[in-house]
Design a protein around this ligand. Structure first.
Ligand SMILES: O=C(O)CCC(=O)c1ccccc1C(=O)O
Ligand SMILES: [Mg+2]
Length: 375
């Protein structure tokens, strides 16, 4: 196929509730949607970078810069793009910037699948027809408010409850959840890199709570200290921020830094790399699950497709649209078809259409790039 047009729409979507992590508080989502068109068919991808580089090094502005200046001009010159993996030649010319690459790669996967008339799930080798989902709960102002939110999520049927922690809001709130809701709730904590090895005594106090895992307790770029910490903890460590590629996954698993991996399509540079990590982890008996980045329905749809692969055996953070949005930009929105379960769509591509009206209501800026005709 030949891609004739690529569009970058920057959107601002207000969150229903502020979302607080150990690195800060988000009130709205500011992100980029990539549209790629060939023969009148358009595929969509979503950038998961935040406006500021507080989760990883990328930001909305760096995504726009890398796509506009370095990647899109090369893609619009490609003579032959038979498969999304052909983008790799171009991607190799830019180190890092994985969220920028993933946003474009996602649009090309959707386009490729729509042209072939197959679902993205099938094209990736997915086998599940439905996926179990969990919820990620931000840091709440008080333990009481956290308990209310956890209770409501349990009532809604979420299959995993993840709670954000930070120094000063860790052992007490997690103990309070266990006391109120019991030891059977599938419960985990995510620290977003807020601790160091100095904090091992605090983290050890979580062990009796039998959490499913603790996500990224130490630095965003570390695996060595995580391996040291894992030797001290009975709670399994799950890496998020530190894993950017299948090579990172291999090294982290080999040194014992992680027993479970959170795969985020954007963080690892796209669906092709996400699948490689999934396959490697499967061969090593390491379970994986799909993380979230407060995506709109477009990013959620990609997450649902990759989660249909068999080693995504732990419920991910792909909650329905109404967890975050009054009005999402897909039609239909992402919904439970029974509590805690989302159906994997069977239609071509991501299987969710665009709600054009809602989409345009959130757009704040558009750039369009077209192929220069060659004779
Ligand atoms: O999209 C979701 O529901 C997951 C939310 C979440 O946990 C998160 C949100 C923003 C930044 C980082 C993370 C994370 O998983 O670490
Ligand atoms: Mg995380």
């Amino acid at each position: 196929m030949v891609i004739e047009e690529i569009r970058l729409d920057r959107l601002e979507m207000p969150l229903k509730h502020p979302f607080e992590t150990s690195f800060g508080k988000l009130m709205k989502r500011d992100f980029v949607v990539v549209s790629a068109t060939s023969d009148g068919i358009t595929g969509y991808g979503e950038s998961t970078a935040f406006p500021l580089p507080f989760y990883n090094e990328e930001s909305t502005e760096t995504v726009l810069y890398i796509l506009k200046e370095l990647i899109i001009p090369q893609v619009l010159k490609m003579e032959k793009l038979e498969h999304p993996e052909d983008l790799d030649q171009i991607f190799q010319s830019v180190k890092g910037h994985r969220m920028a690459k993933a946003a474009l790669e996602g649009a090309v996967w959707d386009l490729y699948c729509k042209r072939k008339g197959v679902s993205l799930s099938k094209a990736l080798g997915g086998t599940k027809t439905e996926i179990d989902v969990g919820v990620s709960i931000g840091i709440e102002p008080t333990i009481e408010e956290l308990l209310d939110r956890v209770g409501s999520c349990i009532d809604q049927g979420y299959k995993k409850i993840k709670v954000k922690i930070k120094p000063g809001f860790d052992v007490k709130p997690m103990e309070a959840i266990r006391e109120r809701f019991g030891m059977d709730v599938p419960l985990m904590a995510d620290a977003n890199s807020a601790y160091t090895l100095q904090d091992v005594e605090i983290l050890k106090q979580l062990d009796p709570l039998k959490l499913m895992m603790i996500e990224q307790p130490l630095a965003y770029d570390d695996i060595i200290d995580h391996a040291t910490l894992q030797k001290e903890l009975s709670t399994p460590i799950c890496l998020d921020e530190s894993i950017h590629s299948v090579e990172d996954a291999r090294k982290a698993v080999e040194i014992g830094a992680t027993k479970i991996i959170n795969i985020k399509v954007g963080r690892v540079g796209g669906l092709a790399e996400a699948k490689k990590i999934h396959d490697y982890c499967q061969s090593m008996n390491i379970p994986v699950w799909c993380g979230g980045m407060l995506e709109s329905g477009i990013g959620r749809a990609h997450n649902i497709a990759i989660t249909s692969l068999s080693n995504f055996s732990i419920p991910g953070d792909t909650s329905p649209s109404d967890r975050y949005w009054d009005q999402d930009i897909t039609d239909p929105e992402v919904e439970f078809y029974k509590p805690g379960v989302i159906k994997v769509p069977e239609g071509p591509g991501v299987g969710y259409g665009l709600n054009v009206q809602a989409f345009h209501d959130y757009v704040v800026h558009t750039d369009t790039f077209t192929r220069t005709k060659t004779v």
